[in-house]
Each structure stands twice: as structure tokens, then as C-alpha cells.
Ligand binder design. Structure first.
Ligand code: SAM
Length: 243
């Protein structure tokens, strides 16, 4: 069965949203992947269908209730094949920052269950009791987890077989080797008096590859030297010889 993302949210009407257009949208329409947006509020039990309450200990805002969220998670997992346990993610600014390496893993695993927080976040006990993996999309605070979930899903879906037109496009891009991508150019040959770098129109594939590699390395060293330390053995395009 296709890779399926199940999103638990207070705003299911936000989905598929941007995931319904372009590559992801075409893949969704043709069944290459599936998206299920479930309303957390459907698991509320009291008269007012309340999903949140004031923080214990005081402070501003509201917190998503553990009992309601746990019930929503359990309902989403009814009938799930236990041998194929899906990753259970919680979008959270406190989480481990999402990386392309984690995206590749998630695209290869059974599709995830993704909880979207709102307000001041969720009761810690549901994180602990349901073993939610907290995932951040960056060091800034969004008003809800939905846009973060969309970012994660989009990054995964474009790696699924058949979703991208050219299979190759996923393998040689930013982060694939701990490098940022080289600069890209296309027609016109002359833009505001600036030509495409001559080497790219030379037809010499080896030279083009070497130029791109050098540009990638220079760009990465200037902007994201931290990426290089995470991907050793990639300094010159050759494996470090065994000593
Ligand atoms: N009080 C929380 C804190 O300081 O960590 C922030 C809560 S935020 C206003 C509401 C929800 O948005 C979070 O529960 C989370 O689901 C989502 N969210 C906000 N920023 C995020 C980020 N950088 N990455 C992933 N999810 C985020």
C-alpha cells in the first residue's frame, strides 16, 4: 500500500492545501501517496467538545489535553498492522531539527502519524505515554504544527518513487552529500549583460562536474561550514584513503 501520512489537527480543512498542487498534488491524485487529516476535536468527550485547558501552574494560553490527544492517536491507529509500526511524530519547536537524512528515513519507513500542536503546545504526558518523537522545522515559532507538518510531508513525498519526474533530481541536490547545491543557470544565454558561465556551455561533462563540485564546496564552506563536519570523507569528492 502507498506511503500514507496521517495528520492529527484541530484544522483538518487546512489539508491538503499546498500539498494538493504540483508534484505532490499529482502524486496524491494518482495514488502514489495518501493523506489523511483527522480532527482532534472528534475525540473530545465533554459537552463542549473541549480540547484544551489552562496550563497547570499558571501562565498564559492554553494546552492541548493529554486525554483527548491520546484518544485521537489511538483512534487513528485502530486496525494498524503492528509489524509495521508507523513513526509517531509531534511537530514542536523543542524537537530535533529536521534534516534531509531524517526525511530520507521517513520516506522509506511506513508513513508517519503526525500530531500538530496549537496554542502553548501539548500536555507532556501524552508525549511520554505515546512515545511521540518531537520534530522541529527550525528555530522560530509558528502558531500551529500544520505548516510544519506540510513541510515535512512535502520533503518526504518528493522522494517517493514516481513522484518526481526525473528520478535523478533527488540524488544530486543540497544536503545529499553534506553539500549545498551549486548555482543553476538556464536560458537566456545573456541576462542583463551577464552570460551563463562559459564552462556550462562547453559540452565538457567532466569539466562541468568539477566546476559544480568546486562551487558546491565553496558555497558550503562560506554559508554552512557545519554541514561539512556532519559529513566527513566528502572534502574533495573522493573517499579518504583508509590508513
Ligand atoms: N509554547 C511552545 C514553545 O514555546 O515551545 C510553542 C507552541 S507553538 C505557538 C504551537 C504549535 O506550533 C506547537 O505545539 C507546534 O506543534 C507548532 N510549531 C511551532 N513552531 C514550530 C517549529 N519550529 N517546528 C515545528 N512545529 C512548530
Amino acid at each position: 500500500s502507498p506511503w500514507r501520512a496521517t495528520v492529527l489537527t484541530l484544522f483538518p480543512e487546512m489539508f491538503p492545501g499546498p500539498l494538493g498542487v504540483s508534484l505532490a498534488g499529482r502524486g496524491l491524485a494518482s495514488g502514489l501517496w495518501e493523506l489523511e487529516a483527522r480532527d482532534i476535536r472528534a475525540s473530545a468527550t465533554d459537552r463542549h467538545r473541549s480540547v484544551d485547558d489552562t496550563p497547570a501552574g499558571g501562565g498564559p494560553g492554553m494546552v492541548l489535553r493529554a486525554d483527548v490527544l491520546a484518544a485521537a492517536i489511538d483512534a487513528a491507529e485502530i486496525g494498524q498492522d503492528l509489524s509495521k509500526r508507523r513513526p509517531r511524530l509531534l511537530m514542536s519547536p523543542r524537537g530535533r531539527p529536521l534534516t534531509q537524512a531524517r526525511v530520507v528515513e521517513l520516506a522509506q519507513a511506513p508513513g508517519p502519524l503526525i500530531v500538530c500542536g496549537r496554542f502553548e503546545g501539548v500536555d507532556q504526558r501524552v508525549i511520554d505515554q505515546r512515545g511521540l518523537e518531537e520534530v522541529s522545522i527550525g528555530d522560530y515559532v509558528l502558531s500551529g504544527g500544520e505548516i510544519a507538518a506540510m513541510a515535512l510531508i512535502d520533503a518526504c513525498v518528493r522522494l517517493l518513487p514516481g513522484v518526481m519526474g526525473k528520478e535523478a533530481s533527488g540524488t544530486e541536490e543540497s544536503f545529499s552529500e553534506g553539500l549545498l547545491e551549486y548555482p543553476q543557470y538556464t536560458r537566456p544565454q545573456l541576462f542583463e549583460g551577464v552570460p551563463i558561465p562559459q564552462i556550462l556551455t562547453s559540452g565538457d561533462h567532466a569539466k562541468v562536474a568539477a566546476w559544480r563540485r568546486a562551487e558546491s564546496e565553496a558555497l558550503t564552506a562560506a554559508r554552512r561550514p557545519d554541514l561539512r563536519t556532519k559529513a566527513p570523507n566528502q572534502t574533495s569528492g573522493q573517499k579518504t584513503p583508509k590508513s
